[in-house]
Design a protein around this ligand. Structure first.
Ligand SMILES: NC(=O)c1ccc[n+]([C@@H]2O[C@H](COP(=O)([O-])OP(=O)(O)OC[C@H]3O[C@@H](n4cnc5c(N)ncnc54)[C@H](O)[C@@H]3O)[C@@H](O)[C@H]2O)c1
Length: 252
C-alpha cells in the first residue's frame, strides 16, 4: 500500500532537480503524477521513464493562460486533483547596484507570480474534495544573501502567499492545506550551475561558520514534500517547514 494511492498530484518544474525527485518518489508511493515544465524534452523523457503513473504537460508557470490550460487538461484526463506542488523556480544573482528592473521582475514572475497562480488555481481545483498545496520557498525567505535580493524577495512572497492561502481555506471551511518548504542549498542542477564541479560534500562547507555543513540532497526534500502531500499531515496547514540543518541560527 503506497502512501499516496489513488491521488493525482501536479508537480511544476517536475523535469529537474527536486521536482524530478518529487515525481519519482510520489509515483513510487502510488500517485498518478502530472509533471509540468517549460523544458519539454526533459519532461517528456521523465514521464516516459515513470510510465503509466505520469503525464507531462508543457507549462510556463508564470502564465495564467497556461495554468488554466493545465487545470483543464487534468480535469479532462483524470476528473480529479488531490495536490499541487508549486516547485518550479529560477535562481539568478545580481548585486543590488547592478541589478536591472528586468532581472527583478523576471524572478518575481517565475518564482512569486507562479506561486500566487498555483495557489489560486490549486484552491479552485481542490476546494470541493479537499487536498494539499505545497510551495517551494527557501531559507532566503528570511536570510539576506548577498547578490540575491530579487530571489529572496520572491521566496518571502512564497511564504506570505502560503500563509494567506492557508487562512483563506480555513476561514471558508475548505479541507485544503497549504504549506511552504524552506530548504538551504540543495544539490540540484540549479545549485551546481552556481558552483560548477564542486562535490556536494563541500558545496556549503565552511570550517568557520558551517562545520559539518553539506548540501541537502533532492530526495531529502522530496521526503518532506511527500509527507505534506499525504494524509499523514492532514492537520498541518499554514506551516513554514525549514529543511535547512539549522542554518538559520548560523547565518550565511
Ligand atoms: N537548489 C537549491 O539550492 C534550492 C534551495 C532552496 C530552494 N530551492 C527551490 O526549489 C525549487 C526547485 O529547484 P531545483 O534546485 O530543483 O532547480 P532546477 O533548476 O534543477 O529545476 C527547476 C525546474 O523548474 C523549471 N522551470 C524554470 N522556469 C520555469 C517556468 N517559467 N515554467 C515552468 N517550469 C520552469 C526548469 O525547467 C527546471 O526543470 C525552486 O523553487 C528553487 O527556488 C532550491
Amino acid at each position: 500500500m503506497g502512501r499516496l494511492n489513488d491521488k493525482v498530484v501536479l508537480v511544476t518544474g517536475g523535469a529537474s532537480g527536486v521536482g524530478r525527485e518529487d515525481v519519482l518518489l510520489m509515483a513510487r508511493e502510488g500517485a498518478t503524477v502530472v509533471l509540468t515544465d517549460c523544458n519539454v524534452d526533459a519532461g517528456e523523457a521523465l514521464a516516459k521513464e515513470v510510465g503509466d503513473h505520469a503525464m507531462f504537460l508543457r507549462h510556463d508557470v508564470s502564465s495564467e493562460a497556461d495554468w488554466q490550460a493545465v487545470m483543464a487538461a487534468v480535469e479532462a484526463r483524470f476528473g480529479r486533483l488531490d495536490a499541487v506542488v508549486n516547485n518550479a523556480g529560477i535562481l539568478e544573482s545580481a548585486s543590488l547596484e547592478e541589478a536591472t528592473l528586468e532581472h527583478w521582475q523576471r524572478i518575481q514572475r517565475i518564482n512569486a507570480d507562479s506561486c500566487f497562480l498555483g495557489c489560486k488555481y490549486g484552491v479552485l481545483a481542490l476546494k470541493e474534495r479537499g487536498g494539499s498545496i505545497v510551495n517551494m520557498a527557501s531559507v532566503s525567505s528570511w536570510l539576506p544573501v548577498d547578490g540575491y535580493a530579487a530571489y529572496s524577495a520572491s521566496k518571502a512572497a512564497v511564504g506570505a502567499v502560503t500563509r494567506a492561502a492557508a487562512l483563506h481555506c480555513r476561514k471558508r471551511g475548505y479541507s485544503v492545506r497549504v504549506n511552504s518548504v524552506h530548504p538551504d542549498g540543495i544539490y540540484t542542477p540549479m545549485m551546481q550551475a552556481s558552483a560548477p564541479g564542486v562535490d556536494p560534500k563541500y558545496m556549503l562547507f565552511d570550517p568557520a561558520r558551517n562545520r559539518g555543513g553539506r548540501a541537502c540532497m533532492p530526495n531529502e526534500i522530496a521526503n518532506v514534500v511527500l509527507f505534506l502531500v499525504s494524509d499523514e499531515s492532514r492537520f498541518v496547514s499554514g506551516a513554514e517547514i525549514r529543511v535547512d540543518n539549522a542554518i538559520l541560527g548560523m547565518g550565511l
